[in-house]
Design a protein around this ligand. Structure first.
Ligand SMILES: [Zn+2]
Length: 147
């Protein structure tokens, strides 16, 4: 579907231009109609074919125009969808970054024991709870003490 509409504007314009030239020069008409004239009687069917042949470029122009419009609509929707997906990905990524920043900010607000006050284990880097016993390593209410 994407491939069908990718170049619809330029193909459509060329198609309309060619149809317009066909319609104005009429050479195809001079080519086709004598064949029918020879092989059939002058009647309603001949009149119909005569008109159909004469207006074929006009029908083609309308079809090419419809092709351009359908292509524009399709590509616009396609772009909107791609844009929306990109925006969603950006929002998701921003949320993740914001969450990591919030966690970091929360972490930096406190001072920490270098050793667990409960079991004495050494605090692992960037941990706020003891990795052995799970006790909190935050020094409550103390701002001057070094972690
Ligand atoms: Zn501990």
């Amino acid at each position: 579907m994407m491939r069908f509409f990718k170049h619809s504007l330029i193909i459509g314009i060329i198609g309309i231009a060619v149809s317009l030239i066909l319609f104005m020069t009429n050479w195809y008409y001079e080519l086709v109609i004598p064949v029918f004239e020879k092989s059939m009687d002058d009647g309603p069917l001949f009149t119909f074919i005569d008109y159909l042949t004469f207006y074929t470029p006009v029908i083609l122009m309308v079809l090419f125009l419809a092709y351009i419009i359908a292509g524009r609509v399709y590509l616009k929707n396609h772009h909107l969808k791609a844009e929306q997906q990109m925006t969603e990905e950006l929002i998701e990524r921003n949320t993740e970054i914001q969450k990591a920043l919030d966690e970091k900010a929360e972490f930096l607000k406190h001072k920490y024991y270098t050793n667990c006050p409960k079991c004495g284990a050494v605090r692992e880097e960037n941990k706020n709870v003891c990795s052995f016993c799970g006790a909190s390593l935050i020094i409550e209410g103390s701002k001057d003490k070094k972690a």
